[in-house]
Design a protein around this ligand. Structure first.
Ligand code: HEC
Length: 149
């Protein structure tokens, strides 16, 4: 009985360590890696949106975040290998069943981030705002089909 209690206790701890979600126990932890890579993308992308929304656009800081986004934008994609849709992933089946659309949405994201980088390098606020919106739409478009929530 005492042994059972401690086993339960350990598994509760393991769950709470990652917010109630199961850990990625797959070989090489592809789900954990791609999720961490998306977080790096968000960390670079979000400050640009905050700057634009709060009217605190700073061309040099915006440029630095855009360069950071370019540095991390390749991160997640190599981890979407066949057979890697298991908890805690929030990817939908469509990533694998509609690989052509997934690839097209990914390309749209690359094209949009190329334009954002060009605008950021010009230090042009109006172009940066338009290009930021386009990247934001590219994130949302892909998530609509390929992410569960
Ligand atoms: C081509 C498709 C695609 C594009 C483009 C895309 N994402 Fe995602 N994103 C996904 C998928 C699929 C997941 C779910 C991955 C998983 O859980 O296995 C995801 C997950 C995430 C997550 C959750 C990470 C976690 O902790 O679970 C964040 C945050 C995120 N994306 C941010 C972004 C941002 C910001 C952009 C645009 C700058 C973006 N994504 C562009 C497909 C995309």
């Amino acid at each position: 009985m005492r042994k059972l209690t401690s086993i339960l206790f350990v598994s509760v701890l393991a769950l709470s360590a990652c917010g109630g979600e199961p850990a990625d126990t797959g070989p090489g932890q592809p789900v954990a890696h791609r999720r961490a890579a998306f977080k790096e993308i968000l960390k670079a992308f979000e400050p640009m949106g905050v700057m634009l929304r709060t009217d605190e656009y700073d061309a040099k800081r915006f440029q630095a975040w855009s360069r950071q986004l370019m540095a991390v934008r390749d991160g997640p994609w190599g981890y979407f290998k066949a057979g890697t849709q298991y908890p805690p992933s929030h990817a939908t089946d469509a990533v694998w069943s509609d690989a052509a659309k997934f690839a097209a949405d990914k390309q749209a994201f690359f094209d949009a981030t190329d334009k954002l980088a060009a605008a950021a390098e010009k230090l042009d606020k109006a172009q940066a705002a338009t290009a930021y919106e386009a990247v934001h739409n590219a994130c949302q478009d892909c998530h609509k089909t390929f992410k569960t929530r």
